[in-house]
Design a protein around this ligand. Structure first.
Ligand code: ATP
Length: 626
């Protein structure tokens, strides 16, 4: 039954109920009250012997008058009383009266020749149904509003949503309708090669059946956010020309126990009907988290996971349903999910390389008019560490900027500003007081100069003291020159010194630190902590790992293993403090040595608000020549 039909059935049902309610509670009381007379009149009519029949119900007495006792209301046309062949009962002869407590009523009637009797109150089926339904109606209405958002098959409720909240909310997209092909994805060469096999399976299962080869059941796409995992899954369905079911792991787990498992069942039922097809579960970690993980034990999530495992086991060989999952935290997934026959294939989707970024830029600028001087490779070069989603965002921001300045084409400057926006956020128009500006200028210059003087640091691209919507009062933008896969101990120490360069400048110039360095301290401390407990970079503790398994991390922060002794924990804290203090001392030393440059750059920054790499370098070179 399609949605439209389901709606019309509901509308019909509601119309019947409303009509019945109207008849029962509005029309019937109105009709009954029409010929209503006071009880005294009934008694008077009884006394006058003008009553012919009496019908008694629980609440009401209806009686008819003898014809002679009522005025004749038949129409008179041309002096002749108009009468039909069958004489109609004159409505004026029927009277109704509310039954009052009158113990003598039957006695009074028995002593007359009036025909009287009771009328049994008949309960119709509708009465019975409504007797049950009406008290439930307010509950149903509350239920409907509660579940409207979590119910329904994707469309977010509607009346059909009342009873279908346990249905899977997978949005079914036909392969063609995903409209995505590998040509829409940049820099995903390796992942593409691995997925080709699945596509071939889905396209020509007979070819593989002939050799007794089994269709891979589960493919897990692993990689950082925004690297195009969803896009790859869609392209797999698009290339194979099969239906695509999309759902996020978190939407399986709702407030009510059992709903998640019911949704998994429903999703697989829907998919089996459409096989061959692909089910894609984004953020699979939301349901697939290890059941050993005591921090987040949640029986609803466990039930959902068990149902997912059962469904994957229940597949017959080559039934044509391929389930793809995506996660950026594979280490926290339950081992049972990774067993053969489940997600037995893992495909790493990594951050794009320089070449990949260029390809992604090409894809996302296809419809954007670019100025001829734009060099996409150069943009790719200055954006290492950016994900596909970041690059798509930059292209869009650049187009927005060009549109806003009513230009014909997007310029290199638009791209520069777009990159800045993506990194630092939009500029805020709140002016800073001169004292705050001065502090921010020295703070940012501190970061920039430490980076300039420490070998191996990422070059400074730009320093700004314009507040941003991301909450910063200023920022120093560093641009790595190449994709970094391994970082050495000395590089980590240098990075920490750059992080603390701002605080060091404040201490040097104003003799005290400010709250502005809070985020720098957080990042530096976290780096030191990882160096000590994760990378074995502490001389006092030696090459030992004290970090808990990744699945135990709370909110992504590295945790210390439970079995770490108290004495060791004290040493860990001391070592972290030592590393952070050393980094700050290193920054202070550099700034003291070059205090003159610090003043020059900070003053220029206060005047100009933004200075770039070349300007800073000019100050540094000038000092060296002296
Ligand atoms: P998440 O882990 O946050 O769900 P994801 O890895 O699934 O992210 P997608 O949702 O596929 O990432 O990507 C988001 C958007 O980024 C895409 O719609 C697309 O515009 C862009 N994008 C990401 N990677 C690529 C790529 N390799 N080529 C082209 N566009 C990309």
């Amino acid at each position: 039954m399609d949605k439209g039909q389901k709606f019309s059935v509901w509308y019909f049902f509601i119309a019947v109920v409303l009509a019945w309610l109207f008849a029962e509670y509005v029309y019937k009381p109105y009709a009954e009250s029409k010929g209503e007379v006071p009880y005294s009149e009934f008694l008077a009519d009884l006394e006058n012997k003008s009553i012919e029949t009496v019908d008694i119900t629980e609440n009401r007495i209806t009686y008819t008058l003898k014809e002679s006792a009522s005025p004749d209301k038949r129409p008179i046309i041309g002096g002749v009383i108009f009468s039909s062949t069958k004489k109609a009962k004159n409505p004026e002869t029927i009277k109704s009266v509310v039954r009052v407590t009158d113990p003598l009523l039957i006695d009074r009637l028995a002593h007359t020749d009036i025909k009287f009797g009771g009328i049994a109150q008949r309960d119709t089926i509708l009465d019975l149904i409504m007797g049950i339904m009406l008290p439930l109606l307010p509950l149903l209405i509350i239920w409907y509003f509660l579940f409207r958002n979590i119910g329904g098959s994707g469309a977010g409720g509607g009346i059909g949503g009342i009873f279908s909240f346990a249905r899977s909310r997978a949005k079914e997209l036909q392969g063609e309708m995903t409209g995505v092909h590998f040509s829409d994805i940049g820099g995903a060469g390796e992942a593409e090669v691995e997925l080709r096999e699945i596509i071939d399976f889905l396209k020509e299962p007979e070819r593989f059946d002939k050799f007794g080869a089994k269709l891979p059941r589960g493919v897990l796409l692993v990689g950082p956010p925004g690297t195009g995992k969803t896009l790859l899954a869609k392209a797999t369905a698009g290339e194979a020309g099969v239906p695509f079911f999309f759902i996020t792991g978190s939407s399986f787990v709702e407030m009510f126990v059992g709903v998640g498992a019911a949704r998994v069942r429903d999703l697989f039922d829907q998919a089996k009907k459409k096989a061959p097809c692909i089910i894609f579960v984004d953020e699979i970690d939301a349901i697939g988290q290890s059941r050993m993980n005591t921090f987040n034990s949640n029986s609803e999530q466990e039930n959902t996971l068990n149902q997912l495992l059962a469904e994957m086991d229940g597949f017959e060989d080559n039934n044509g349903v391929v389930i793809m999952g995506a996660t950026n935290r594979p280490e926290i997934l339950d081992q049972a999910l990774m067993r053969p026959g489940r997600f037995d294939r893992q495909i790493q989707v990594v951050l794009p390389t320089e070449e990949g970024r260029e390809e992604i830029l090409k894809i996302h600028t296809k419809k954007i008019p670019l100025a001829p001087e734009i060099d996409l490779r150069a943009i790719a070069k200055v954006t290492p560490g950016f994900s596909g989603a970041d690059i798509a965002n930059i292209a869009n921001e650049a187009a927005l900027l060009a549109a806003r300045r009513k230009a014909e084409k997007v310029s290199t400057n638009d791209f520069d500003l777009a990159i800045e926006r993506v990194i630092a956020g939009l500029q805020r128009k709140t002016p800073l007081t001169p004292e705050v500006r001065k502090k921010v200028a020295y703070h940012e210059t501190g970061h920039a100069l430490v980076a300039c003087y420490l070998p191996g640091s990422d070059p400074v691209h730009k320093v700004s003291i314009i507040p941003t919507t991301k909450g910063a009062l200023g920022y120093t933008m560093q641009m790595p020159t190449e994709d970094q896969y391994l970082i050495s101990e000395s590089e980590l120490k240098n990075k920490m010194a750059v992080m603390l360069g701002g605080r060091a400048a404040e201490l040097l110039i104003f003799n005290e630190a400010s709250t502005g360095a809070s985020n720098d301290l957080e990042r530096a401390t976290e780096t030191a902590r990882r160096m000590v407990i994760e990378f074995g970079m502490s001389s006092a503790l030696g090459p030992v790992r004290y970090a808990a398994p990744a699945m135990m991390y709370l909110g992504g922060a590295v945790q210390i293993r439970d079995d770490t002794g108290d004495a060791t924990a004290v040493v860990i804290d001391e070592e972290i403090k030592k590393l952070v203090t050393e980094a700050q001392d290193c920054a202070l030393k550099i700034l003291k040595e070059h205090e003159h440059v610090l003043h020059e750059v900070a003053e220029t920054l206060q005047e100009k608000e933004v200075i770039n790499n070349e300007e800073i370098q000019a100050f540094v070179d000038k000092e060296e020549k002296k």
